[in-house]
Design a protein. Structure first.
Length: 510
């Protein structure tokens, strides 16, 4: 089939696309920023339609010639009137898909009880309802907590259990939930295209285990070879306070934690198993919770995390790219621009640049970075603990601590866009160019567009930190590259010397 995938840069969408391709389908992805896909391994195997779901013309063009649409887009961490925006987007898609002759919608929502729901759960349910009423037969899956490497739910469990030897927890840790492995979710999503064309309904999805949330925490502890954690229920932890608590003790921003915490206020288990009547179980059956955790930990240890919550773009973080230098005319812009020549090759310097951040650090005054990260966490931002998906390689759109990879010209240029809380917009550029003497030139620019008086005051208040951080970064990045270069030369010299002595011995024996 010819399928359109929205949300292809998200956690589920980014894993679904290659599986649809493996199943023999022709895939078109609908994205706002095609550059985010330039480094994914399946980039050259898909059609790319650029646009926004609220742009009727772009949606109309994207659905032309499409048999089925996977609707996987939703507002991550949205606040305010996001329900209206999501409703408008799905209504636009529903209308244009019907007019274009699309024959199937596939949607992924969450398990929820009847009755009053939180704003996020209510919005997710309404999106499914709009598709079910669209006149295009719809499979609306309602899945339990998704467990997989890089999923928000798994990372919340992992970090809380890793960090806290004793867990103060809200009352909802006693609620029953039915987690499902991400591999099983993806299996059902692909199989949705095989369900009879006339079927138009919701299906509950869940794994084989029904557990209390506290049991999930300690199930993770067992698989991670940690002592099981005592859990104390504190009735004072409201959903809002719990979201703040998760924000502080885990890398998960409050805006991402809130929708999950709101869903955990209810017992979310399957009320029907009708999916078994239309989709055969995968070979080996459904994945148990403990096995899903084990698989996720293995993926993390081997660096094979396909997609991650880190790449979710929060609704209130800056999204506009850095204007080109000529466009700065007439604007207040603050720039910290530094250059340094290095005896290391451009390749050696680039390896240091691309591995920056996360566990590798920022090569300058770590205490200042940590302090700024905690300030951002307290303000509800992403903080410095978001880390990076891969410790050596970056891709377009990757999250990197409180930055986002906005542009990446591998081997030459890296531009990071700040996603921390500040009264303005900030970028950090790193450029590496070869020099005629065999070394390289490294250039680093921090660029800040202040917003109002508070933005200007903010810039001047952090100038003392910049005076320490940025010169130190330039010096230590190039020094690290030079050490690596010297080490490589030394290793190569020793190998040549040993190889030469072996050759002389052979010649003497002959």
């Amino acid at each position: 089939m010819h399928v359109l995938v929205t949300g292809a840069t998200g956690y589920i969408g980014g894993r679904l696309v290659p599986r649809l391709l493996e199943a023999g389908h022709i895939v078109r992805v609908f994205v706002r920023t095609p550059r985010k896909l330039q480094d994914v391994p399946w980039h050259d195997r898909v059609e790319v339609a650029e646009g926004d779901l609220q742009d009727t013309a772009a949606v109309r063009a994207a659905v032309q010639g499409i048999d089925a649409v996977y609707y996987l887009a939703h507002a991550m961490g949205a606040e305010g009137d996001f329900e209206r925006a999501e409703r408008q987007a799905v209504e636009t898609m529903a209308h244009e898909a019907k007019a274009a002759g699309v024959r199937r919608f596939v949607y992924l929502g969450g398990l929820h009880p009847d009755g009053e729901l939180s704003k996020h759960l209510r919005s997710r349910k309404e999106v499914g309802d709009v598709l079910l009423r669209s006149g295009v037969p719809t499979i609306a899956y309602q899945a339990g907590v998704v467990i997989g490497s890089g999923s928000t739910s798994f990372e919340m469990i992992r970090h809380v259990t890793d960090v806290l030897p004793w867990m103060p927890a809200p009352r909802w840790v006693r609620n029953r939930v039915q987690p499902i492995a991400v591999r099983d979710v993806l299996y059902y999503l692909v199989q949705a295209l095989e369900i009879p064309a006339e079927v138009n309904r919701t299906f509950d999805l869940g794994g084989p285990d029904v557990l209390r949330y506290g049991q999930m925490l300690n199930g993770y502890a067992v698989e991670a070879k940690l002592p099981q954690r005592p859990i104390s229920v504190l009735p004072v932890l409201t959903p809002r306070l719990a979201a703040h608590w998760f924000n502080v003790v885990t890398p998960i921003p409050r805006k991402l934690a809130t929708p999950i915490i709101e869903s955990l206020q209810f017992e979310c288990v399957q009320r029907e198993h009708d999916i078994d009547d239309v989709v055969p179980r995968a070979a080996g059956g459904l994945t148990s919770y403990r096995r899903a955790v084990r698989l996720a930990l293995t993926k993390m240890r081997t660096g094979q995390v396909e997609t991650s919550w880190r790449n979710a773009t929060l609704s209130d973080t800056p999204a506009d790219p850095l204007p080109s230098d000529p466009d700065w005319a007439g604007h207040t812009v603050y720039v910290d621009d530094r250059k340094r020549h290095s005896s290391a090759s451009a390749e050696d310097v680039w390896r240091i640049v691309e591995s920056i951040g996360g566990d590798n650090g920022w090569y300058s005054f770590p205490l200042a970075w940590v302090a700024r990260g905690w300030m951002d966490k307290i303000a509800g931002g992403v903080g410095l603990s978001r880390g990076r998906r891969d410790q050596k390689r970056l891709e377009q759109g990757d999250a990197l601590d409180w930055w986002r990879v906005e542009r990446l010209d591998r081997g030459r240029y890296l531009r990071l866009r700040a996603e921390f809380k500040s009264p303005g917009r900030a970028w950090l550029e790193m450029t590496v160019t070869p020099s005629e003497d065999g070394g390289s030139d490294y250039r680093q620019r921090a660029i800040y567009f202040p917003q109002g008086l508070s933005g200007r005051l903010y810039w001047y208040s952090i100038l003392p930190f910049h005076g320490v951080i940025f010169p130190g970064m330039v010096e230590r990045i190039t020094a690290a590259a030079e050490r690596e270069s010297d080490r490589s030369l030394s290793t190569g010299h020793n190998w040549t010397k040993q190889n030469g002595s072996h050759q002389s011995a052979h010649e003497e024996a002959a």
